[in-house]
Design a protein around this ligand. Structure first.
Ligand code: FE2
Length: 288
């Protein structure tokens, strides 16, 4: 008989302020010296500011090959357009799960709504066998992302994975991802199954959340990422948020590690140096 194990916190990481695109100010949480990666996750950026000057120049045309970019908007909009004719606007609560595959060139231009612009971009690696797949979008507006109300002040928007019988709309068999937007009132609890062996993290973006039980438990403050230890489930409890907020909010993300060699440079993530050079050549010669 196997004992079920509850995940704890192996480390806490704060993001680093940086800028990307045409000078967009953001916080890089994964993909920086304190947390270079968390296989299969290559990068996590939190962008959020009330000052349009911090992001108005956006992310003009740039390429991607060999992985997926996942954009989740909390506030404001993201206007996007690619070289294959796909374009649209992500509104608050939308997710765009883009499989760049063999290559796209796109622009991503943040816009304020009611004075706010806030969200996340997560980069997830693809296995070598899928890196040159056709580009693909899984894009869902807020009304297409189901919510699970677990009672006791715990609510979860299910982008990918399953919570209490509610299944998120994203499918990606390669990494089998879980992506949950969790809202906890003070004292509210969530016990969530996560596949054993999957890499997992919790990133708190409002309030604070107690993670785990016993000695490996820790309280995760706003704008901190908790890398979770392995196990079968995780237990979260909302802490008292600051006076101007009613709840604590966090994203809980997990996925199957690929355990493959990674050769990456800028917007290309391949398996070998030769494939990286090929990616640059293909981009330069307009093959994206
Ligand atoms: Fe991009």
């Amino acid at each position: 008989m196997n004992a079920q194990s509850v995940r704890g916190v192996s480390r806490l990481v704060r993001g680093m302020p940086t800028s990307d695109g045409a000078g967009v100010k953001l916080t890089r949480v994964i993909g920086q010296p304190r947390l270079a990666d968390l296989d299969p996750f290559l990068m996590l950026d939190e962008f959020g500011t009330d000052n349009p000057g911090d992001y108005i120049a956006g992310f003009p045309d740039h390429p991607h090959r060999g992985f997926e970019t996942v954009t989740y908007m909390l506030d404001g909009r993201m206007r996007h357009r690619d070289n294959h004719g796909h374009e649209g606007v992500l509104v608050p609560g939308s997710v765009q799960w883009m499989t760049a595959g063999r290559g796209i060139v796109h622009s991503e231009m943040p816009e304020q709504q009611e004075g706010r612009m806030r969200g996340f971009q997560l980069w997830i690696n693809l296995p070598a066998r899928d890196k040159m797949t056709a580009p693909k979008y899984q894009e869902f507006g807020p009304e297409k992302i189901p919510a699970a109300d677990l009672g006791g002040g715990a609510r979860v928007r299910v982008i990918a994975g399953q919570v209490a019988g509610v299944t998120g709309p994203i499918a990606q068999p390669a990494t089998d991802p879980t992506y949950l937007d969790v809202e906890l009132e003070p004292g509210a609890r969530l016990s969530q199954t996560l596949a054993h062996g999957h890499a997992a993290f919790l990133y708190v973006y409002e309030g604070s959340v107690r993670v785990g039980t016993g000695e490996s438990a820790a309280t995760v403050a706003a704008h901190e990422l908790a890398v979770l230890t392995d196990g079968d489930s995780v237990q979260l409890e909302g802490r008292e948020p600051p006076p101007d907020q009613a709840v604590s909010r966090a994203i809980l993300v997990a996925g199957r590690p690929l355990r493959e060699p990674v050769a990456k440079h800028g917007p290309f993530v391949m398996s070998t140096r030769e494939e990286l050079i090929q990616a640059f050549q293909d981009y330069e010669s307009g093959k994206f």
